[in-house]
Design a protein around this ligand. Structure first.
Ligand code: ATP
Ligand code: MG
Length: 647
């Protein structure tokens, strides 16, 4: 990605941190950055002081066996102790830890003292069922407090968890259970989603058919519908909890003990079992949560991700709870019973910090601004996004219609692999530019380089790499250290290769261009899918767009765009011409799409990301690649049919 492609979308708007925000912000000047730059290890050693260690660590970073880095070696700690026990020893014991909002409208608040009790009891339950330190536990749950309790209970006894998103099929669950060789499964009878019941227990039963490593299943009663229970294997959560002892001594885990395995979203191919460990992960998510969300003691914080994704792990559970934060946990869909459910929740609880995904924001845009307008969102003071590059149009909409023009937006770039946010503004000090994740977090070194590993000049696309290890980094891929080395450390020896393309601007701001695999090469010019998509989304009739390159005899690749329109808009041949022209005007003639297809929906992973590789398969007439992580396989089949007819 070394050539210079000039006519990039020049996003020139800059938003300074609002004075009022800056005044009270945790970080209001650059000293944190300067310190981390001066003394990388000292910075991360100091960050670890926020964590309570049973035994202090000897060394901050051990790189003797790179890329198998080890952090905080010799240290002993327990994650549940840090997320719960220590808060029960302060004024926080009576503070809300979790505010749960069920989709049907039921709600429940757990204070830190109550969460402590439940975690201890469930840790005892796990032990009683034979789970020992090091045994893997799979969690397949709706977004209910018991899911958080289960995760924390696992960490209390040192049993790594593998959370599988509750929207996954039985086959996807089975694959993940088998890969992790899990011993115990925690699930629920069902969960609520868009007014109907997700049959979790039924899927779990199907996943356990035939050979399995699972010995016991714990079932939480959520919906109350009839489910079959297998004698000797399945147990009701509430029955086990009824006579569980109240205290469970937290395991003294080594900093490098495995904390969890989490399978990546599968946007680019087969999901990878990403392995995180205890000490570095906790320090990383604790520190980033504190500074990036500028968390204050009285804040109510809501991250709309699912706990089945890394965002849920790091920024619903471990980062916030280790900081003693109050976290909103919402079970269901954003459009149930109405399209203003998110805004209703913000109004109801007076949420101060909202962290969500570009895909959600684009959906809200499509639904129209009347939905947020009808609710009081004045409690919000900070907004965040994660998961995909955010199109500048969507950024501006979020800023205006949700943030009321007064809330800074933290656009956070990171991955399941990185465990913690890596590139992001600190909201009190870094001016933001719509569509840019801005700068690396203090103590993180990122760069954009060409094939040879040389830094590229401002404005040019290249590979996004991380030049220094960081505490919350993955340690390996579960059971496959070779794949770990090959995937991340072989392209640029000594540096971590992210798989994403990016460019830096004159101010050193990072602009993520999308996946390297997605970058399109038109007549020798590299064009980021993101740039063409953002141009399309700027058109007032367009809701969302996915852009891909398809083989072209002359140009090498030609651009094809799959476009969804705003509600009520009809896709006509005139609109096709208009959109092609629109892109050519915004970016340049080179970026003018050859084909534009209107489609009702785009294929997305269950974490909401556009799966361009499947669209590429269609455009090139290939068999579809791995579709197991698609939200709705019907969408891709429909597009395939339509493409055959029109394409
Ligand atoms: P897989 O690795 O299995 O293909 P995935 O990469 O989608 O799946 P995640 O770890 O959930 O799995 O996502 C990380 C990726 O999401 C990043 O590599 C990047 O492409 C994208 N991403 C996340 N946050 C941002 C952001 N703020 N801006 C741009 N891209 C982002
Ligand atoms: Mg990835």
């Amino acid at each position: 990605m070394s050539d210079n492609f000039e006519a990039l979308l020049q996003e020139s708007r800059i938003f300074e941190p609002p004075a009022e925000f800056k005044e009270k912000a945790k970080v209001a000047d650059l000293s944190l950055y300067e310190w981390a730059e001066r003394d990388f290890l000292g910075f991360w050693a100091d960050a670890a002081k926020d964590i309570e260690w049973f035994l202090p660590f000897e060394k901050v970073l051990d790189d003797s066996d790179a890329p198998f880095y080890r952090w905080y070696t010799g240290g002993k700690l327990n994650v549940s102790y840090n997320c719960v026990d220590r808060h029960t020893k302060s004024f926080r014991r009576n503070k809300a830890a979790l505010i749960f909002e069920g989709e049907p409208g039921d709600s429940k608040i757990l204070t830190y003292q109550e969460l402590y009790r439940e975690v201890n009891k469930f840790a005892n339950v796990l032990k009683k069922l034979g789970v020992q330190k090091g045994d893997r536990v799979t969690i397949y749950m709706p977004m209910i407090p018991e899911a958080v309790i289960a995760m924390l209970a696992c960490t209390r006894i040192g049993a790594p968890h593998s959370v599988v998103f509750g929207g996954f099929s039985s086959q996807a669950l089975k694959d993940r259970i088998d890969d992790a060789k899990a011993k115990l499964l925690i699930t629920a009878d069902g969960g609520y989603r868009r007014g109907s019941i997700v049959e979790l227990k039924k899927n779990a039963d199907a996943a356990l058919e035939g050979e399995t490593t699972i010995e016991k299943v714990v079932v939480v009663k959520r919906t109350g519908q009839e489910v079959p229970m297998t004698e000797g294997r399945d147990y009701w959560y509430h029955e086990l909890m009824a006579d569980a002892a109240l205290y469970c001594e937290p395991e003294q885990c080594d900093a490098e003990d495995m904390l969890f395995i989490l399978y990546s979203s599968g946007t680019t191919g087969k999901p990878k079992g990403i392995q995180h460990t205890t000490g570095g992960y906790l320090v990383g998510v604790h520190t980033t949560f504190k500074y990036i969300f500028d968390y204050r003691e009285e804040d109510i914080y809501w991250c709309t991700a699912d706990i089945g994704w890394i965002t849920g792990h790091s920024y619903i559970v471990y980062g916030p709870l280790s900081n003693g934060a109050t976290v909103v946990l919402y079970e269901g869909a954003p459009d149930w019973p109405q399209k203003d459910r998110f805004w209703e929740i913000i109004e109801k609880y007076r949420v101060n910090i909202l962290y969500t995904a570009p895909t959600a924001i684009r959906t809200f845009m499509r639904w129209g601004e009347k939905w947020p307008k009808g609710r009081d969102l004045s409690s919000l003071r900070l907004l965040g996004t994660v998961g995909e590059p955010i199109n500048p149009e969507a950024w501006i909409w979020y800023h205006e219609h949700i943030g009321g023009g007064r809330c800074p937006i933290v656009d956070t770039w990171w991955q399941t692999e990185t465990g913690m946010i890596m590139i992001t503004p600190l909201p009190g000090v870094i001016p933001t530019k719509p569509g840019s994740a801005t700068k690396p977090f203090p103590g993180v070194e990122a760069d954009v380089v060409n094939d040879k590993g040389e830094p590229v000049p401002p404005g040019q696309g290249g590979y996004l790499v991380l030049k220094k290890p960081w505490p919350a980094m993955l340690r390996t891929l579960y059971g496959d250290p070779e794949r770990y080395k090959n995937t991340y450390w072989s392209k640029f020896p000594g540096w971590y290769f992210t798989g994403d393309g990016a460019k830096k601007d004159e101010d050193g701001y990072f602009w993520i261009l999308g996946r390297v695999d997605d970058v399109i090469n038109v007549s020798g010019h590299r064009i980021g899918t993101m740039e063409v998509e953002s141009a399309l989304v700027e058109h007032p009739l367009v809701a969302e767009a996915a852009v891909i390159g398809k083989s072209h005899e002359v140009k090498g690749q030609a651009i094809a765009a799959f476009v969804t329109l705003k509600e009520g808009v009809e896709g006509t041949p005139e609109l096709v011409q208009e959109l092609k022209q629109f892109v050519a005007q915004k970016i340049g003639a080179l970026a003018r799409p050859d084909d534009i297809f209107f489609t009702a929906e785009l294929p997305k992973t269950r974490s909401g990301k556009i799966m361009r590789r499947l669209l590429r398969d269609i455009a090139e007439g290939r068999a579809l690649g791995d579709t197991t992580t698609l939200t709705d396989p019907a969408v891709i089949n429909k597009i395939k049919e339509q493409y055959k007819d029109e394409g």
